[in-house]
Write a protein that binds this ligand. Sequence first.
Ligand SMILES: [Zn+2]
Length: 121
Amino acid sequence: MKKDEQKSYRCVVCGEKFSDRDVRLYNFFRVQKTCCACYTSGKAKDHRDWCFGKLNRLNEEGRIVRWGYDPVEHSECREECPDRSICPLFLTRVDKKTGKRYTKIGRARKRARDRDSSGAD
Ligand SMILES: [Zn+2]
């Protein structure tokens, strides 16, 4: 088995396992530990139930002590997601040299596909 095919990541929501290839194809978000399918279904839910993998924190009585989406407590919600449209944090990377943020899902998908079909690594 190629190292790449080892499914070493697990989605914290559905429990499915994912490989490095899934990460490159954006089927799995490593930082958020959430797969694309769960992310997509979560995006359709009310932000009081879900916000892009940040689930509400409940106490023993099941009462919410911290919202998953909280533009007051979480600066990233305030800055990146004020209208709760698709969260750019999932889609952007930071260029280490310039510090600029960029989105290139399309190119990354194509690169990963090309690499997989050519068999080279
Ligand atoms: Zn999942």
